[in-house]
Design a protein around this ligand. Structure first.
Ligand SMILES: [Zn+2]
Length: 287
């Protein structure tokens, strides 16, 4: 495993034009570049997509191999440690690009994992507001406020729909579903105003129910965002995010809650993240 990877190039294959010692981030999505989606340049939708850290050996290791086209050099001022955190933020960046978000739009972010928190920072930097952020874990709601959310909501304490509608003109312009849960999806859709839009980013494990007539009667729209651009475009979304890291527009520090060695990854990584009370968001592993 391990698909959020910053590091230093130590060896290259023949005909690879990357200098040894270059500090880089890996785009972990390896597209086949032959299927119908790849032919349409929709490489993130590749029918035979392989992921470094899933179908290919991952980066919970001292060294990992990757195609040269998946290597994205870091701009000055961005460390490989920071770059490892750029992966979830790049998922958020792609989602913002897939949404109709514009300067001045009101936004609801439902689900406050690392991608949701990165998204709060991105929409803030894009001039959106007010930003409502809803999530179950207290530590993450506090981080959402730190990342720029104007109103944070515990959906178990307060009805997010009521709160968002009362503080806007009947709902937000754009909502993002970042949790992969039925309740979060319905909260996101219902948080939008008539004619509003919801972009799905969360990973759903089960079928969910929504009310399609609510979409029809209110002309609410829904679309979805999958990871980020890759293949011959592997550097594009990543470079845009890394540039925001370099300028300070995005601060990765609030997302990193612990730094550990590879030998502690089970107890202090996986177990800690599975425990809702741990307060962990991103655990940075340094092999
Ligand atoms: Zn393909």
């Amino acid at each position: 495993m391990g698909h959020e990877v910053g590091g230093t190039v130590v060896e290259v294959g023949d005909d690879v034009d990357i200098e040894i010692g270059t500090e880089i981030v890996l785009n972990p999505l390896v597209a086949c570049e032959e299927c119908s989606c790849c032919e349409e340049s929709k490489y993130n939708l590749c029918r035979d997509l392989q992921v470094i850290g899933a179908q290919r050996p991952g980066a919970y290791a001292e060294r990992v191999t990757a195609p040269a086209s998946n290597v994205v050099p870091l701009p000055d001022g961005v460390s490989p440690q920071a770059a490892a955190v750029s992966e979830p933020v790049t998922v958020a960046f792609h989602a913002v690009m897939q949404s109709p978000l514009r300067d001045g739009h009101s936004v609801a972010v439902i689900g406050l994992g690392p991608i949701g928190l990165g998204l709060v920072q991105l929409v803030k930097a894009a001039g959106a507001g007010p930003i409502f952020a809803s999530g179950h874990r207290e530590a993450r709601r506090e981080l959402a406020a730190e990342c720029g959310a104007d109103v944070v909501i515990d959906p178990r304490e307060t009805d997010p729909i009521e709160q968002i509608r009362s503080k806007t003109d009947g709902g937000v312009d754009v909502a993002f579903e970042m949790a992969g849960r039925e309740s979060a999806l319905n909260d996101a859709i219902n948080a939008t105003k008539p004619g509003g839009h919801t972009t799905l980013v969360g990973v759903f494990e089960d079928d969910v129910e929504i009310d399609p007539m609510d979409l029809v009667n209110n002309e609410r729209s829904v679309n979805a965002s999958a990871a980020y651009r890759t293949g011959p475009h592997a550097d594009r979304d990543f470079s845009a995010v890394l540039e925001k890291f370099a300028t300070g527009e995005i601060d990765h520090e609030p997302l990193v809650t612990s730094r550990i060695g590879l030998e502690d990854i089970v107890d202090d990584g996986f177990e800690a993240l599975a425990n809702a009370d741990s307060g962990e968001v991103k655990v940075l592993v340094q092999p």
